[in-house]
Design a binder for this molecule. Sequence first.
Ligand code: SF4
Ligand code: SF4
Length: 176
Amino acid sequence: MKTLTRSAALEKLASLKKRFNRIIGEGYEHKAKDCLTCEQQGICCIDAHFVNVHITRLEAESVRQRLEEYPESLRKKVKERAAKVVQKYGLEAAGDSFSRTYSCPLFEQGTGCLVHGDTKPLPCIHHACYEIPEDLPPHELLKEHERMVERLNTRTFGNGWNWQPLPVWLKDMKFK
Ligand code: SF4
Ligand code: SF4
């Protein structure tokens, strides 16, 4: 497997997510409920019974870069929220973390999700509220893109990466 530098991998990751956004946007999202008219905007991000988004090491690096664009005070707030969420919901870097749900620390009241477009986690791009189950994008489409992200991680870090709950990455994130 051909290795990748971190910056080349981040570029490839951004293109992959852009493409996934386009596939979902053009092929499915128009059949979903419009988030702008949602009576409970953001509930899909802060519902602690629902959210269990995991990301990889490479995606965590991309999230870190995006958060660098925000003021330090906001980054601090995100880290504090993440630490609370990790403790409250017993999130861990290893083990059966996929069975644990939490309220996402990247959701900022008044702003919404702090990471958009080519930084957003794949399950968040994939998710929307569809009235008819047949309109949902296939789960396999998500899985296929997750496998591509996994390959990028392996080409960049070898075996030195895994999937972890998003707040676990955020809690220990080091900013410049
Ligand atoms: S995805 Fe669903 S719950 Fe979330 S803001 Fe959009 S319409 Fe509302
Ligand atoms: S990353 Fe963004 S879209 Fe995904 S759950 Fe968190 S706030 Fe919501």
